[in-house]
Design a protein around this ligand. Structure first.
Ligand code: SF4
Ligand code: SF4
Length: 482
């Protein structure tokens, strides 16, 4: 279809005074009808895109070590990441990981430009390989849809629109459930789904809200997410440099551009008339651009590097028997005849920093404690005096199993000498991998142990894997002078 419409007259506004390509001069939204340009890049992006769609759907279902491959569980304050578990005490680890990931993104952007935006971002992947293909299937190709939408409201148009929105809604419901599964897991989600909405109002409202947002994004907001909402896009200017890989038009080869017939082009090739630039000003590259920009105006923030214009222009070059690559992956330096450098100060510094950060991450992870133990005072009186004169403190042990296997443990007092302990509940205590339990205990201390209003108590936690921990906690008593 793209081939057919390539030489059609166009109404594309290429005014240099336009601020946003998605806005009309009267401030209203200009709806985009980007044509699909088949070619080598679309073929590769489609394969990758479908692979990613499967991956995005599968990650919360896939189990690694008995847990979802990726799950950010806010309720239990746990984060599962490909078999690794992070707990509230792992703030430092998570910070290191986040900084490492951010720096990696910065390095990838410095080297490969907006490859994330054009090839792997869920916004691009779902829009270009799920929603737009569905739209084409139901309402026809872009030029047909544009003509129909700009014409009178016919029954055919209304039915087509209704069917499309219904299909979008169904996909949005699936995506919203997948999104929520990243936070609660599919098993919990299925439990909630099987129960009546009245029992899970929170979930029902959240799903409705997320479905609405997903639908709004892909049915209406679309490219504006990239051009006006995405913070990553705003930071491009500081992340890219003259050696970064960009999708660019080659003005040296393309200019002076002019519309001309096949006959004129043949005459140019045979030397009968003076040769012009290779760009025949057909606007196929503009018509296919999902953000509506003209790549020939140079590098622009709205360009998501989707490569659609490369495929569109390559096709035109094939048709007019010129070499492909008038629009291509290149760098600003390469366009100016300077060799692109992969190794440059910023890429070397980022690379070194990334190695250091991920090495620190691995070290901190490897030395992370197997059990996180926290002792606190139970609610109520700080201490009680027993009839026999001994002092009782009620404490709360919070123990989390940070290992990958289940374990049991018991607690015994080590100091002060003569201290006794009674666990409220079953002992030894069982802990599944990642599980955290709170155990309340009564600690009874001989009065002689107090030389002031407090004394340090030491406890021994013996775990079934042989590990022994000996935490301390301040035990309270009466003023010994009274
Ligand atoms: S750059 Fe290529 S696709 Fe764009 S107008 Fe020129 S010839 Fe047509
Ligand atoms: S200019 Fe080309 S690469 Fe950039 S967004 Fe438009 S079609 Fe995609």
């Amino acid at each position: 279809m793209a081939e057919k419409s390539t030489f059609e007259p166009t109404e594309i506004d290429t005014s240099p005074y336009e601020v946003l390509t998605t806005l009309r001069s009267d401030g209203k939204r200009k709806w985009m009808y980007p044509t699909e340009s088949k070619g080598r890049f679309l073929f590769r992006r489609r394969i990758l895109g479908w692979g990613l769609v499967v991956m995005y759907l599968a990650l919360p279902i896939l189990q690694i070590g008995g847990r979802p491959a990726v799950m950010l569980d806010f309720v239990h304050r746990e984060f599962a990441l490909f078999g690794l578990m992070f707990y509230p005490t792992d703030t430092l680890l998570l910070m290191i990981l986040m900084v490492g990931i951010m720096l990696t993104i910065v390095l990838i952007t410095a080297l490969l430009g907006r490859v994330w935006c054009g090839w792997t971002c869920p916004q691009t992947v779902y829009l270009e390989f799920v929603f737009r293909p569905l739209e084409r299937l139901i309402e026809g190709p872009e030029h047909v849809r544009k003509r129909r939408n700009e014409g009178p409201r016919t029954p055919e148009r209304v039915v087509g629109y209704g069917v499309k929105q219904l299909a979008f809604l169904i996909i949005s419901v699936l995506l919203s459930h997948t999104f929520i599964a990243y936070f609660v897991g599919w098993s919990t989600l299925l439990e909630w789904l099987q129960g009546p909405p009245a029992e899970n109002w929170g979930f029902f409202l959240l799903t409705t809200l997320v479905t609405g947002l997903v639908w709004f994004d892909f049915a209406y907001f679309r490219e504006q997410m990239c051009t006006i909402a995405c913070p990553y896009a705003r930071m491009q200017s500081i992340m890219l440099d003259k050696d970064s890989l960009i999708v660019s038009y080659d003005p040296t080869r393309g200019e002076p551009r002019s519309k001309r017939s096949k006959k004129s082009l043949d005459e140019e090739s045979s030397g009968k008339i003076e040769a012009q630039g290779d760009c025949i000003d057909c606007l196929a590259c503009v018509r296919t651009c999902p953000t509506g920009i003209d790549i020939r105006d140079g590098l622009q923030m709205e360009c998501v590097a989707c490569t659609q214009c490369i495929d569109a222009c390559d096709h035109i070059m094939d048709r007019i028997s010129k070499p492909r690559g008038l629009i291509r992956y290149t760098s600003e330096n390469q366009l100016q005849g300077v060799k692109t450098r992969v190794l440059r100060p910023r890429s070397v510094i980022y690379g070194i920093l990334i190695v250091l950060i991920f090495s620190s991450f691995s070290m901190v992870l490897a030395t992370r404690e197997a059990y996180d133990i926290n002792i606190g005072r139970a609610v109520g009186e700080p201490f009680a005096e027993l009839q026999d004169g001994r002092i009782a403190n009620r404490l709360r042990f919070r123990v989390r199993n940070q290992t990958e296997s289940s374990s049991t443990f018991d607690i015994t007092p080590l100091a002060p000498i003569g201290t006794e302990m009674r666990i409220i509940g079953a002992s030894p205590v069982e802990l599944q991998p990642g599980e955290m339990k709170r155990i309340e205990v009564w600690v009874v201390i001989p009065r002689e142990a107090f030389s002031s209003t407090s004394v340090e108590g030491t406890f021994k936690l013996s775990f079934s894997d042989g590990l022994i921990e000996e935490p301390s906690f301040l035990l309270l008593g009466p003023d010994s002078d009274k």
